[in-house]
Design a protein around this ligand. Structure first.
Ligand code: NAD
Length: 360
């Protein structure tokens, strides 16, 4: 059988986006050579640079490029230049939200990994995480309280505002299967984060997840209330493997976990649709304070490409090889400014990319 070719839409965006993307593409290429696949890449404008060029943060041409692709590798968008635009035209809102909607990206995966060599950067006491930690936060992205009916009405002494949290069985089922499948490639445990003591939607989440669990007999399932989860990730993140969360709980917990790893420059994310399509991007933003200086950490973008290989193209070995090359570069002491400590090798974006490439 001939080698598969994967069509990838490259949306680098603004700020450090193009810099970290440039360090990532040679790594994707080399992974293809090593593991027997090809990538066909089409670049398209998104975010502030797209507003400057076309007046729209998500031009039709970009949407078309994405529609023809098997996956989107995204940088990040936004920056001070566009902050005075009305909220609905801000690059993040006008580009990412429509992309989520157009492509039905219903599951957001944020692996929070604190490497053994970087535990000093974590705000958690190092004695609690001697080997670092690795937790996958899986957040439902298109339902729940952010999308339920909302309104504000006048009442006698002010106003009353209502947000509605809504979930249907089918929305819970599809992400639950993803969570169990992800756990199967990891430490084989899923923890459902909910508030089943007070929320009807949480009761439905528990019931639905429990009903699916017997299909995955090798995976351990347990439950935790969200308030306790917020505390437990601080005390002992290693007790968790996959945290399955409805939209708002996942929004909050994934940021808490990101902060616990020490640097935004290390964290990838995946937003998945039904089937194999996905959008992959670093968890951080465009880092305007360091953009254009060649010092941004490319690891989050490189690990996002690894997630793309894993979840959209089922190239698990290639994904693991990239993740191991990143681990090796860190173990060998390569550090961009955001994770630098005395005694390690301070490098820029390109050098970090080249080091990872050489260990692949
Ligand atoms: P940010 O993530 O861009 O920066 C926060 C801090 O983290 C900065 O000090 C930055 O230098 C550092 N940082 C982030 N990524 C880094 C990397 N790869 N290497 C080294 N350091 C890194 O968040 P912000 O300052 O709140 O936002 C800046 C802009 O990015 C805003 O316009 C915001 O709207 C946008 N943003 C976009 C996305 C996205 O595209 N998904 C996400 C978040 C923020």
């Amino acid at each position: 059988m001939s080698n598969p070719t994967y069509k990838i839409a490259i949306l680098s965006g603004d700020g450090i986006g193009p810099e970290v993307m440039a360090a990532t593409l040679p790594i994707l290429n080399k992974a293809g050579e090593k593991f027997g696949f090809k990538t066909s890449i089409t670049e398209a404008l998104v975010g502030g640079c797209a507003i400057d060029a076309t007046g729209s943060a998500l031009p039709d041409a970009t949407v078309n490029t994405c529609k023809q692709a098997d996956a989107i590798l995204f940088g990040s968008v936004g920056g001070p230049k566009w902050e005075s635009l009305p909220p609905t035209q801000q690059p993040e809102r006008a580009a990412l939200l429509p992309l989520r909607k157009i492509f039905g990206l219903y599951a957001n995966l944020r692996p929070a990994i604190c490497h053994k060599d970087l535990i000093h950067a974590s705000p958690i006491k190092n004695s609690l995480i001697p080997d670092g930690f690795d937790v996958l936060c899986m957040r439902e992205l298109t339902g729940g309280i952010y999308f339920g009916e909302k309104k504000t009405v006048a009442v006698a002494h002010g106003e009353r505002s209502i947000d509605t949290m809504v979930y249907e069985t089918s929305e819970i089922e599809r992400i639950t299967h993803l969570a169990f499948k992800a756990a199967a490639t990891r430490r084989k445990k899923v923890t459902l984060v909910d508030k089943a003591n007070v929320l009807e939607t949480s009761v439905l989440w528990r019931k639905t997840v429990k009903a699916i669990a017997p299909q995955y007999p090798d995976i351990k399932l347990d439950f935790i209330y969200v308030d306790n989860a917020a505390m437990q990730v601080l005390k002992n993140p290693n007790q968790f493997d996959v945290l399955l969360c409805e939209n708002m709980f996942g929004d909050i917990l994934s940021d808490e976990l990101a902060a616990l790893t020490g640097s935004l420059g290390l964290l990838p994310s995946a937003s998945l649709a039904e089937g194999t399509f996905g959008l992959y991007e670093p968890s951080g933003g465009t880092a305007p304070d360091i953009a254009g200086k060649g010092i941004a950490n490319p690891i989050a973008q490189i690990l996002s490409a690894a997630l793309m290989l894993r979840y959209s193209f089922a190239q698990e070995k290639a994904a693991l090889a990239i993740e191991n090359a990143v681990r090796r570069a860190l173990a060998e002491g390569y550090r961009t400014g955001d994770i630098y400590t005395e005694g390690t090798k301070k490098v820029g974006t390109t050098e970090m990319g080249n080091a990872i490439l050489s260990f692949l």
